[in-house]
Design a protein around this ligand. Structure first.
Ligand code: SF4
Ligand code: SF4
Length: 146
């Protein structure tokens, strides 16, 4: 009886092995290969530049910072030469960000968006506070290969 059961399980195991030998794998050999993230992927926050002027679209209204549940956004504004509001600094602490996208929903100018960048691992957390220029140009993603 035991012999029959053992043979049955042995054959079933072999069948499983052969089945998976000839079916495409669903995993990826990361980091040698990488997924192309979908359009609506919520990756690292980016500040959008105006196509005509090349300057940031942000008008410093603070709505995104107020909406952010993780309090990851820090904005400072100053008064410009024509008494208009100017964004002096704009920082996002990526170590706090939960990629919820509420900042993008709140922004009346379409000045903030979520990119498809997702490889954010660093050895030092201090490097996770992205300043305005980094947010506009996009962070330099360290691509580990092993
Ligand atoms: S995605 Fe969410 S958590 Fe991240 S900065 Fe925007 S509102 Fe804050
Ligand atoms: S909501 Fe938009 S315009 Fe207002 S401070 Fe945030 S990014 Fe700038």
């Amino acid at each position: 009886m035991f012999l029959v059961t053992d043979t049955y399980h042995f054959c079933r195991g072999l069948a499983q092995i052969f089945y998976h030998l000839f079916t495409p794998s669903v995993t990826l050999q990361y980091p040698a290969k990488r997924w192309e993230m979908p359009e609506r992927w919520r990756g690292v926050v980016r500040l959008v530049l105006d196509e005509k002027t090349g300057k940031g679209k942000c008008v410093g209204c603070y709505l995104c910072a107020r909406m952010c549940p993780a309090q990851a956004i820090e904005i400072n504004t100053i008064e410009g030469p024509d008494h208009e509001k100017q964004v002096e600094s704009f920082e996002v602490d990526i170590s706090r960000c939960i990629f919820c996208g509420l900042c993008t929903e709140a922004c009346p100018k379409g000045a903030i968006t979520l990119s498809r960048d997702y490889e954010l691992a660093v050895y030092d957390r201090s490097g996770m506070v992205y300043e305005q220029e980094v947010l506009q140009q996009g962070p330099v993603i360290k691509r580990y290969t092993k």
